[in-house]
Design a protein around this ligand. Structure first.
Ligand SMILES: [Fe+2]
Ligand SMILES: [Fe+2]
Length: 326
């Protein structure tokens, strides 16, 4: 969907909204917290619409630990296969390219962000399940609406709560203060704005530090305020709608309240109310079914640090800065 000009808010302007103790550390976090090398490669692969199943197998084959996890998950009872899967080629045949790319990205991210050690009283698994469900729904919405690339929607969905993930894992003191305001009854958006901890803005700033493609940055920044997007409107509306749908089917983040204009997101994406109802029915079956597999994915992603890390920015530079023409 052509949208121009494709610009996003100025870094300094957005950083001014955030607690300086957080903004000062973001560039360092951007350097220190990095995605596994294979995840970078997958990210680039998934953004290339010419890529095929063989390319995915090739990338995974170069990372035996990840390949083993993918094969092991393919054999989970979720797929109820007659014959066990022992190779990537077979895994792709029986569970499909779409499922495999989702699994590989999910595993890479769960390895990067260990949400099993989060401040007391916060549901790290809930945040992970929320991110995966929004990612899953975002891809379905992209397929239905044809408004964005399905793989891009999937990745943006996975990353849309990046700011919250960083707050929880890197700024426990500030996060604790936020939890205290929430327990005192202050609404979430008010509390995070009052403390300079807006998670949409923090996620955006980190995505910029990582030099992620603009479409991801936009999805992260506008996931609660899609109407404020002046470019990448379709992605902003799509992630916001996926967030609402995750909420509807019981995969919300309890702390967040969603006051997004649903009709606006539907109009922007060209989705009719009937199509929406049908999708909700499908999601209400598909997501609870995938839930045990996702938990397994998260836990196996966190079992081992495979090494092979480097900076996302340097990887994307090798790829010509922006992996695609955004
Ligand atoms: Fe959010
Ligand atoms: Fe969300």
């Amino acid at each position: 969907m052509a949208e121009s000009p494709q610009t996003l808010p100025d870094y300094a302007e957005m950083a001014a909204l955030v607690d300086p103790q957080v903004t000062h550390r973001l560039p360092d976090i951007g350097r220190l917290v990095s995605l596994p090398q294979t995840t970078y490669t997958l990210l680039t692969l998934l953004m290339d619409e010419r890529s095929q199943a063989e390319d995915l197998v090739k990338v995974l084959s170069q990372d035996p630990a990840l390949a083993a996890k993918v094969i092991s998950l393919s054999n989970s009872s979720f797929y109820s296969l007659q014959q066990p899967v022992s190779t990537l080629d077979r895994a792709i045949m029986v569970i499909g390219f779409k499922e495999l790319e989702f699994m590989a990205m999910g595993l890479g991210l769960s390895e990067t962000f260990d949400l099993s050690k989060v401040p007391q009283g916060f549901d790290g698994e809930g945040l992970w399940l929320h991110s995966l469900s929004v990612s899953f729904i975002a891809r379905e919405l992209a397929i239905l609406s044809k408004a964005t690339e399905p793989s891009e929607a999937m990745i943006t969905g996975l990353l849309h709560e990046l700011g919250l993930i960083i707050l929880v894992s890197k700024f426990p003191g500030q996060f604790q203060q936020l939890m205290e305001l929430l327990s005192a009854g202050m609404p979430f958006y008010e509390a995070e704005a009052a403390l300079g901890l807006r998670h949409d803005v923090i996620g955006y700033l980190l995505a910029r530090n990582w030099n992620l493609p603009l479409v991801f940055q936009a999805g992260i920044l506008f996931h609660h305020r899609p109407k404020e997007a002046t470019s990448f409107k379709a992605m902003a509306a799509l992630v916001a709608l996926a967030d609402i749908l995750a909420h509807k089917i019981g995969y919300s983040l309890q702390m967040e309240s969603l006051d997004v204009d649903l009709p606006y997101t539907l109009t922007t994406l060209g989705i009719s109310p009937t199509q929406l109802q049908n999708l909700i029915k499908e999601l209400m079956v598909a997501i609870p079914q995938a839930h045990p597999l996702w938990l397994q994915m998260m836990r196996s992603g966190q079992t081992k640090n495979r090494g092979l890390r480097s900076k996302l920015s340097s990887f994307l530079e090798q790829d010509g800065g922006q992996a695609r023409k955004h």
